[in-house]
Design a protein around this ligand. Sequence first.
Ligand SMILES: [Mn+2]
Length: 308
Amino acid sequence: MAIQIIGMPLGYGAGVQGAEYGPGKLRTLGLEQAIRWMGFDIYDTGDIETSENGRIKACAFDNRLKHIDVVADANTRLAYRVYESISGGNFPLILGGDHSLGLGSIAGLSKQIKRLGVIWIDAHGDLNTESTTPSGNIHGMSLAASMGLGAERLVNLFDHRKKIEDKNIVLIGTRALDDGEINLLNNSKIKTYNMDVIRKIGIKSVAKRALSYLRGRVDGIHVSFDIDFLDAELVPGTGTPVSGGGSIEEAKILLGAIARSGMMVSMDFAELDPLIDKGDATANVCVDLLSHVFACIKTISKGAAMSG
Ligand SMILES: [Mn+2]
């Protein structure tokens, strides 16, 4: 297995500028080298083309689906790149970029992995559609669209099919859901562990329950991590921070358990906005968390090597 870094420098899904500088910042801080030193084969295949190419000015601005042209086009390219990566036996690591990138990564992965499991770690649900969205920002619709709900262009992105089954989704860390999202959740089979549940039973139990729920049910787990899972105090460099979130230690316990499960096949890392970061405080947290994930994956590959 080789790790393939795929940059998704897109901020249009968040409706504001900033997240497009996320992949570049993580590269500058030496993410690739940090992972390579652990003994992984890792290569950076660069960024997905996300420019407007002048098109956006020519099309009407849709207030319920802001910047849909550039978001859909970039995510279609991301889907293709992720599909190539996973079907070539690699571990795609998608660096964002706003969380609309979940659309592209899940579209690409689910073409190769029929029963794809998704663990969506986020303060938000990203379960809006163009009819429920309060903001019109597509980064709040990526999970719903991957389930086949919402705008046709997002639902049928990359290919014409529903990408994931609601029963194969686990949502962890939510504490800021819109009314439409609560409604959708109540009418779905998504397994949810919100912040209240995490406070009640502990992150370790949440990780354990989520993994035993997905084991046997899916053929691989994609982790879609939005850094606003972490408490607002810890992540000044993200666009929609929410208080009452997880600690860095809790994020490491959760991600570490998933990484050691042997079921993790790919990862999104979304919503770092270097423009509003305090120094590189948030960006450094990102590198720390990602290093932890791959250090944990390394422990299982070492174990496999010894027993083989
Ligand atoms: Mn999100």
